[in-house]
Ligand binder design. Structure first.
Ligand SMILES: Nc1ncnc2c1ncn2[C@@H]1O[C@H](COP(=O)(O)OP(=O)(O)OP(=O)(O)O)[C@@H](O)[C@H]1O
Ligand SMILES: [Mg+2]
Length: 370
């Protein structure tokens, strides 16, 4: 049986760019899928297709057992979305924003107000609750946007880079909220560029790059797939990086990674502690002074590098203009349900056109809230 979020062969092109190039997804009910990938990988595009905001060129998808293309309105009623680009209404206060969303979901005035109060407390926004959102900091907006996605407790949630821009305390706190939600039975698809986040929150991880799922599994499975351990050496001076790299490559089972700013070299190996001893002897023999040396299991970062040849958290050249609402397919335009459920997002990178498009969604939402 397909999971609570299911997609098969999704393809979406924008001109020459294949944003989705045959993506399959299956998220069992009550679990978290982490969609992990660098800028421009196709994460937001996948979320937009699954949340009915964008029609794929090919493929099909079901959310909560409902066909996304055939019954988008029903899908919208079953989901919550916190988009990558928060679109809280600047001129309303935090409390009014949340109350408005409650009203959009047919809550009574009193209930909507009470729910808004609860969420303001939960996201540490109570003190700022009666100020217009335009006076909020980036992190506060992000939290308000996430709170808005939780006004009703939909069975399926989508969060597009939920913790980007949050400070460590607020990130941790959001992780707690997410874990509570999932413990309560919510199915969640979240996108992230943070390996640590996927590691911490996701039951299953799909690594995406260039619109394709290039690996999937639990964090442990992905790490095991990358194989072996890593020898990590921190040399005493940057001048020694070259020699140390030569030595390590001699022992390595794959490409080495050099981080000049921390004077660290990492290389995949097999052979455990015995091999480590040999590496240390050889480095010593070649006169390399070491500040630190050790053996560790692969991280998700290593997985990513071995799969894609580049790090996950470094934006790829010429990409990273996140998905806009401006592709002109009109699936979401002026649709109040979509605006409430899914029209939130944040102008983190590219404000102009997006802000204008979302203005329309917000106006529709405000009308509907009256
Ligand atoms: N509306 C659009 N018009 C044209 N190209 C688009 C549009 N939306 C996305 N793209 C392109 O599709 C590709 C995938 O974009 P997408 O926003 O899905 O990436 P992402 O994985 O969410 O990246 P990020 O981590 O930067 O948010 C990118 O090359 C992007 O430029
Ligand atoms: Mg994105």
């Amino acid at each position: 049986m397909p999971g609570a979020i299911y997609a098969e062969g999704l393809v979406k092109t924008f001109g020459d760019v294949r944003a989705l190039d045959g993506v399959d997804i299956d998220v069992p009910e009550g679990t978290v899928l982490g969609l992990l990938g660098p800028n421009g990988a196709g994460k937001t595009t996948a979320v937009r297709v699954l949340t009915t905001l964008l029609r794929p060129d090919r493929g099909r998808a079901e959310v909560a057992g409902i066909d996304v293309l055939e019954r988008p309105d029903d899908v919208r009623r079953a989901i919550g979305l916190s988009g990558q680009f928060a679109a809280v209404d600047e001129y309303l206060t935090g409390r009014e924003n949340l109350t408005m969303v409650g009203r959009l979901y047919q809550m009574g005035a009193k209930e909507a107000k009470a729910r808004a109060g609860e969420l303001l407390d939960r996201f540490h926004l109570a003190d700022a609750g009666d100020r217009p959102a335009k006076t909020y900091s980036g992190g506060m907006r992000r939290r308000l946007d996430l709170a808005a996605a939780l006004v009703v407790s939909p069975p399926v949630m989508f969060m597009d880079e939920p913790t980007t821009g949050l400070d460590p305390r607020n990130r941790q706190q959001l992780w707690d909220v997410i874990q509570e939600l999932v413990a309560g039975g919510t199915t969640l698809l979240l996108t992230t560029q943070y390996l640590e986040e996927a590691d911490h929150l996701a039951h299953d991880i799909c690594v995406v790059d260039h619109g394709r799922v290039i690996a999937r599994g639990t964090s442990d499975q992905l790490k095991a797939q990358t194989g072996g351990e890593r020898v990590e050496v921190v040399v005493h001076t940057p001048e020694q990086l070259g020699t140390a790299d030569e030595v390590l490559r001699g022992f390595g089972k794959g490409a080495s990674k050099i981080e000049p700013h921390t004077r660290k070299i990492t290389v995949p190996v097999t052979g455990g502690a015995k091999l480590l001893a040999e590496v240390i002897r050889e480095l010593d023999l070649r006169g390399v002074e070491m500040d630190d040396v050790g053996l560790r299991r692969p991280t998700l970062d290593d997985v990513f590098i071995s799969l894609t040849g580049h790090a996950a958290e470094t934006p790829a050249e010429g990409e990273g203009e996140g998905a806009g609402a401006g592709d002109g397919d009109g699936t979401a335009d002026g649709d109040a349900a979509a605006a409430g459920a899914a029209g939130r997002g944040r102008g983190r990178r590219k404000r102009g056109k997006k802000a204008a498009d979302q203005g329309g969604e917000r106006r529709a939402a405000r009308e509907a809230a009256k």
